[in-house]
Design a protein around this ligand. Sequence first.
Ligand code: URP
Ligand code: ZN
Ligand code: ZN
Ligand code: ZN
Length: 474
Amino acid sequence: MLDIDLAIRGGTVVTASDTIRCDVGIKNGKVALLAETITEAARTIDASGLIVMPGGIDSHVHLDQPSGPDVTMADGFESGTRSAAAGGNTTIIPFAMQVKGESLRACVSDYHRKAEGKAYIDYGFHLVVSDPTPTVLNQELPALFADGCTSFKVFMTYDDLVLSDRQLLEVFDVARREQALVMVHAEGYDNIKFLTERLEAAGKTAPYYHGPSRPQVIEREATHRAISHAELLDVPIMIVHVSGREAMEQIRWARQRGLKVYAETCPQYITLTEDDMKGLNMDMSGAKYVCSPPPRDTDSQKAIWEGLKQGVFQTFSSDHCPFFYDSPRGKLNEKGRTSFKWVPNGLPGVETRMPVLWSEGVSKGRITMNEFVALTSTNHAKLYGLYPKKGTIAVGADADIVLWDPNRKETIRQEILHHGSDYTPWEGFAVTGWPVMTIAKGRTVVDDGKVVGAMGAGSFIARDKSPYALPAGA
Ligand code: URP
Ligand code: ZN
Ligand code: ZN
Ligand code: ZN
């Protein structure tokens, strides 16, 4: 006999490919048995009426990141992974962000220390390359890659992070050689700087003007440029946090040319608009919604839905980048009050990502349950070297599972969330569909909103190289 530790009984198992009425048997933290009925198990969970899905994998999360002298991030690994688990996630991939002048290896060691013993769920690290010195390119990146950090992010904007075209090419070249997946933040630095100075000169400094300082054409231009660099070197790239139609057109164009260009979008681009940054009469409360690229308009939201439906987007991530609102070290820092350009960019959203997509997508009939699983879990695992250990419910996979009540109605409110931030951009947002239990490696981490898992139960996952990072011409 199998000696099943835990049986999840009576639910409907939904994966990226199938919808099956069956029980799930778990042993030693892994899925050991899928059967019509499992009668013998040390412990049983009744999942009747519930959807049993692979736990969410959020491949775009920022935790405990250095954010300059004036600002502190609102989540480290403890609250960040707790909040993620409460939102139905069982794995996250945050960034180990290199500060210019710092060794990337030292930076990753830092992040291991920040995460060690703190995480409720498993995690990996993407590397952020902000200072591609010869040592970083030729020694550190290959070594860190071998240690299981098999993806890098590069930025085309932000004073502290921006890479020149030449540097982008150098990083892309290493990625090609190492079969690492490069994630690109595609917004053009000079264009933003130019518009920002013009807006400031005209006295337009409220948070709202963050949007006009980086319109879609700037995102489109950078997306095109990144794609061209990728074509030049024949290296696959992932364009992250795509906000609307213009960048999508570039991605479609690239694919028609046979290029391996993947794309990600986020909850803010289907639910928020630039008008949210107006706050109340253009006051500072608009800062709550300041992120980059900025939320656009309702036409862009429609475009993003088309992209989710048509396969333009492989992943739907939160881009959880949490700051406090009402704090001198958060959105309302002293400099932030003088210009939008000093308002830290980013939104807390790791806990609300899955409910928002389920409610707006599945409950409203825009995407299927299977597409939901692909967008929130399976494709993240496949693209970032975690599959099939994670991202599906199959014999031998980690027992990372979320029990989902498709009919449960909730109103998102700060008071029910578990993140460190003091607000949610989705305050008052009504959803249908909610995670009722999160199980990671066979252990219950969150039960009906209550965190019952152990801090430190989550561990670092050394990821495999991404099969999607193979050059097209390889
Ligand atoms: O505004 C955002 N998205 N902040 C997070 C950093 C990034 O660019 O992903
Ligand atoms: Zn560091
Ligand atoms: Zn970014
Ligand atoms: Zn981000």
